[in-house]
Unconditional design. Structure first.
Length: 276
């Protein structure tokens, strides 16, 4: 009797596994396109020859800005080999792409409930989102994540806005029209940045930046996180405004240079050097 119960339980578990696997495979072959007024909504699932669970491709011509909204997925923006924009993800169901007629491409992570059975994870949440840009294409970019990291490898963009809660932001080098980055507890690791304006803000995360050239103005704000970096040009080029409670900035307010520089902190340290 016990053997029969054990065999029945094993067959039942096997049946559930086969059903779950079949359901996932079946869903992987579905492609849906909904056309709404003024908006094309694309929800593509299935695999392509590259092995990506999700892949969406569109023409770069006429596309003026890209917005990426993620929760816990890591986001990478880099150049691809083709002449089109491609969005890749490891989840067939975890990403939605919408393209508006005004030239905005919106990539959204859809939060799905992970399904675990007998220690096998049938997760449907996207863990990675990669956007490939054609070389020489420089749209405006906005990226927002909660805990996902942001890695920006495309080095020429229009206005760039990055925001995370606990995710880290990494940029080796960037030239853009305007740059802003905001984090709560995540770290910012920035290389050289050339922009008209440069603004970084953190609550408790640390910020490191290389050489920043921003003739339109620099804004540095921290609560308890530390900042360290170098600004282009001599100190005489800046009109400095400093606000601090207990943190150390190494700066004093004053100067009548053409570049406004504001540095504010509560208890974090801001270490700024000038080159030139």
């Amino acid at each position: 009797m016990k053997k029969a119960l054990i065999i029945a339980a094993c067959l039942f578990a096997l049946g559930i596994l086969l059903f779950a696997g079949g359901a996932l495979l079946a869903e992987g072959d579905i492609s849906v396109m909904n056309i709404e007024t003024g908006l094309v909504k694309i929800d593509l699932t299935g695999s392509d020859s590259t092995g990506d669970a999700f892949r969406y491709t569109c023409h770069a011509e006429g596309m003026e800005q890209i917005k990426i909204d993620a929760v816990n997925a890591d986001v990478t923006v880099r150049y691809g080999d083709g002449e089109e924009i491609s969005v890749l993800s490891d989840s067939a169901e975890g990403v939605e792409v919408t393209q508006s007629l005004d030239g905005t491409l919106v990539v959204t992570q859809k939060k799905k409930a992970d399904f675990t059975l007998f220690m096998i994870d049938f997760g449907r949440n996207a863990r990675e989102i990669t956007v490939l840009l054609p070389a020489g294409f420089a749209p405006a970019l906005t990226v927002s994540t909660v805990s996902g990291d942001v890695k920006l490898e495309a080095d020429t963009l229009d206005e760039t806005k990055l925001k995370t809660t606990s995710g880290d932001i990494s940029i080796p080098s960037l030239s853009c029209r305007a740059f802003s980055a905001e984090t709560v507890s995540g770290g910012l690791d920035l290389g050289s940045v050339t922009a008209d304006t440069f603004s970084v803000s953190t609550t408790s995360g640390d910020v490191d930046f290389g050489l920043v050239d921003a003739p339109g103005g620099v804004h540095l704000s921290s609560v308890s996180g530390d900042m360290d970096g170098t600004l282009s040009g001599p100190r005489e080029n800046y009109a400095v405004s400093v606000s601090t409670v207990s943190g150390d900035t190494g700066l004093t307010s004053g100067g009548d240079g053409p570049i406004p520089l504001t540095a504010s902190t509560v208890s974090g340290d801001i270490d700024v050097r000038f080159e030139g």
